[in-house]
Design a protein around this ligand. Structure first.
Ligand code: AKG
Ligand code: FE2
Length: 310
């Protein structure tokens, strides 16, 4: 059993029940910074198709996958999109590069030359059947349905002025990722996520691979049927003047099967400059994101608040 609370997006979004569920959301965020999202509205088949197609993509020959690597993508920073082989990313400096492989996508916009924007070069249907199609379909549901509803409810916890969420998340910056942890053992070093919040879809496996740092110990966040995992990121913590925390977490996957997970890292609009509720912190979204990418990919110092975590 996991102690993590469950929050219903349908209840949160309905006028008659919103108030009570918002209170439960507040408690979940204050106590854990992690919760399960149920009644989230993402069709089960859409998730299953994305996981199946991802698994097939990762089974392609290494040289084929590497044709879609960071250098082939044409987005700045280069590590923001495309395929990354095993041992590419450092989430915690002591753990070193993680045994996991990944593919990163974002919201496509050919003409947009700002950081983290542009178009993802994806394998076509002949090479990776359903890969691009299923991941972009999932992205559309997440970005158009889940992010506005959940994002608004989370923004309300921050007590910002009317229209704050709408103003700073139109559109949001979305880092969509597909991760494969091999059956021989996979890891994601302990870290915090750097954005506003993260939505995690994970393959339904009996393992307890994802672990959350809570109450001085690692608590498993296994996949529960029809549930997503949501966690708060460093930007949420900063905007709340540290009232809410971005909770440390890690992945220790020991097999016996491989594990696919599909996180969506949700950030404000890339041009936003934001100030916390009490005015103690002001930051540029692009600057914070670029610094975090530099720490992960260039200096090996890890993600989010990793350096604070022993
Ligand atoms: O794969 C997972 O379950 C979580 C991965 C994660 O925490 C991350 O990529 O930030
Ligand atoms: Fe994470």
């Amino acid at each position: 059993m996991t102690p993590l609370p469950q929050i219903s997006l349908a209840t949160l979004a309905a006028d008659a029940t919103r108030h009570e569920e918002c209170e439960r959301l507040r408690v979940a965020c204050e106590e854990y910074g992690f919760f399960y999202l149920v009644e989230h509205g993402i069709p089960k088949e859409q998730i299953a198709q994305a996981i199946d197609a991802s698994s097939r993509f990762f089974a392609l020959p290494q040289s084929t996958k590497e044709r879609y690597g960071h250098a082939s993508q044409g987005v700045y920073p280069t590590s923001a999109r495309g395929y990354s082989p095993l041992y590419g990313e450092v989430l915690h400096p002591e753990a070193g590069p993680d045994p996991k492989e990944m593919f990163d996508l974002g919201i496509d916009n050919e003409a947009d030359r700002r950081p983290f924007a542009g178009c993802t070069r994806l394998p076509d249907d002949a090479l990776a059947p359903g890969f691009a199609r299923s991941l972009l379909a999932l992205q559309a549901t997440v970005v158009n349905e889940v992010v506005p509803q959940l994002g608004n409810a989370l923004a309300n916890l921050l007590d910002m002025e009317e229209g704050w969420f709408q103003r700073h998340f139109s559109p949001p910056t979305v880092l969509q990722r597909v991760i494969r942890y091999p059956s021989s053992g996979g890891m994601a070093g302990k870290h915090t996520d750097n954005g506003f919040f993260t939505l995690l879809l994970q393959e339904e496996l009996p393992t307890r691979s994802l672990q959350v740092w809570f109450g001085g110990r690692w608590v498993p966040a296994p996949s529960l049927p029809d549930s997503l995992v949501v966690n708060l990121g460093d930007m949420f913590q900063a905007l709340s003047d540290d009232r809410f925390k971005s909770t440390p977490h890690q992945v220790v996957h020991t097999g016996p099967a491989e594990r696919i997970s599909l996180p969506f890292f949700i950030y404000p609009n890339i041009d936003a400059r934001l100030t916390s509720r009490q005015g103690k912190q002001t930051f540029s979204v692009a600057e914070v994101m670029l610094r975090n990418f530099d720490s992960i990919w260039e200096t090996g110092n890890g993600a989010g608040r990793a350096r604070e975590l022993q």
